[in-house]
Design a protein around this ligand. Sequence first.
Ligand SMILES: Cc1ncc(COP(=O)(O)O)c(C=O)c1O
Length: 396
Amino acid sequence: MIADRINRMEVSKTMMISAEAKKLKAAGADVINLGMGELDFNTPHNIKEAGKLAIDENKTRYTMNVGTVELRTAIASKLKRDNHLEYPLKNIIVTNGAKQAVFNAIMTLVNPGEEVIFSSPYWVSYPAMVSMAQGKSVVIETNIENGFKFTAKQLEDIATPKSKALIFCNPSNPTGSGYNKDELAELAEVIEKKNLYVISDDIYEKLVFDDYKFYNLATVKPSVKDRIVVVNGVSKAYSMTGWRIGYAAANDDIINGMNKIQSHTTSHASAISQEAAIEALSGPQFMIEEMLVELKARRDYLYNELTSIDGIKCYKPQGAFYLFPDISSLLNRQIGDVKFETSMDLAMYLLQEVHVAVVPGSAFGSEGHIRISYSTSMENLKEVMYRLKKAFAKLS
Ligand SMILES: Cc1ncc(COP(=O)(O)O)c(C=O)c1O
């Protein structure tokens, strides 16, 4: 009965963990959930007010399918201000979250059988989306030693005449690693040479630490701009995950294609959320700085604690709000007769034993790791480390 495209899709491992976490919580357990892909901060006050005003002013009807002129103007200004990229409004589309922008871009670009390249560990939705488009996922593996980044040479070696696009997530979910300007310039050379389109998932652009500086590939090498679909949104930078506003900027054909898909499926993004997003992009930006101070303190605390545990290796990320420690030395250990062989086994054990929910690395195509989101208070993180150490110590 069910179509092949659905049967091809894996059941989400994150869903399995969160279902179990919910069950435990309902039974009264004090579960700390570090599996979340969203920040724990509230949407800033001025942005919420803009949303309320939109309702009061009856901005509650259909908008243009591609998004309002006002929001696309704000997006164009943002891209110019932050990324030195100039796009006319016709080359910008507003979507229901960045997720829809990635999906619509894949559906617009990829024919059945064409290859889409991305690196592992990857964001869980990329392979599922490529599969829905009947494309073929081609994965470049990265690891802690190379900072979870692939090189221009690796891209050149893996690209074939069937390769249509690269999905490039920078900074990355789940590793938080970020590419520097030189690395981007080298990748851009290969992208041009191999005739690839790039879906550039920039959703974590603003959540970066230390002296890391974010660049889009098109900023570094303007000659590839026509090949790039810039994907971004307000979900992460402004704690607006529930408002569902993302956007894409690209050449005419790509934006027209994405618009066609959107016009026959979801139509435009929420009119009210679009008004709030104008305030997010054009209003004061200092809240991001405040958020980053807190996030950096959490990252440093968790990184120092995790790496002080014997056998755990961890990459110190440049961005996002995740750590992706290598826990392979804790696998194949046991308690009594129960052996924990995979990252999923370990994640389930941590949930059941000490009520800490994390995501197994296998969900991101990278066994031997877990993803820990530090989107929770420092107080909770201290409690988490106490519990994790207790759980790890029991494994022999
Ligand atoms: C890498 C990456 N891209 C896109 C998204 C989707 O963002 P949005 O909530 O705006 O759809 C996420 C959300 O977790 C993400 O991690």
